[in-house]
Design a protein around this ligand. Sequence first.
Ligand code: ZN
Length: 298
Amino acid sequence: MLEILQTPALWLTTTVAFFFGAVIGSFLNVVIDRYPKIQQREVNDAVASMTNHLIPPELACFYEHESKKRQPLSLALPASHCDGCNRPLSWYENVPIISWLLLRGKCRTCGVRIPGRVLWVELFCATYAATVVWFFGMTPFAVMACLVLFVALPLALIDMDTQELPDPMVYILLWAGLLFSAGGVSRVSLQTAVVNAVFFYCLLWSVSRLMPGKLGGGDVKLVAAFSVYLTFHNALYLLILSCVLGLVFVLGGWLANKLSRGKVCTKFYSLRIPFPFGPAICLGGMGVFWWQNIRWLL
Ligand SMILES: [Zn+2]
């Protein structure tokens, strides 16, 4: 009887979680698209301010005028618009999942393609949040599990696009993990979390110094951030799994590249160029996180 009464409530909370996940996925699409552009603009501005004295006085006015003319760029501004025709999007073109399906992945004015990734990021976040709430309810653990994915997913995709792992996002993962440990949400004690972060940061930092160019600074910080959510042993498994996954990605990409005669994976995953390690760490981190928690909770 109790189960019958609980079922509608469970469906309701799961549906709410699905919509919440879709909205977060929509926001993450903005982060994935704009964060690298914002960082690039900041770098350009820093370089410009250092080289300002090299601009001849007769051109200085022109550059000042140009910099004032450019659009503001942040996660909030400019408002959502089509990249093809610059038209601001109506509210019904901004509904997560549904808008992409109704528009069939194209702008209704200029027909420019809206990447399929926009849809699957929203769908994946929605399904993940709904699944977590279905099995674990609206609990602090569900909040932690969702937060880990909502930070790891954009990190992996930004690294795929730019081979950069933005520090602020890695720090969110790290500090949230320490707070979850301090608050008792994570079963990993605060002491273990701090020891893991320090140990794995020092270990991988040393490796990156011994083998320059093989391991980026962002990768070092990302492993340390994920280790906060894991026991020491599981953090070691994360390290091993990430290396195995990295190797699988490189070999898979290399094979796809060969079989398609260069049409697939030409940008990344070639044996000749450095490849983004972030996706392997994020996938490995999510895998070990769930393996550890399912053993504890079920
Ligand atoms: Zn358009």
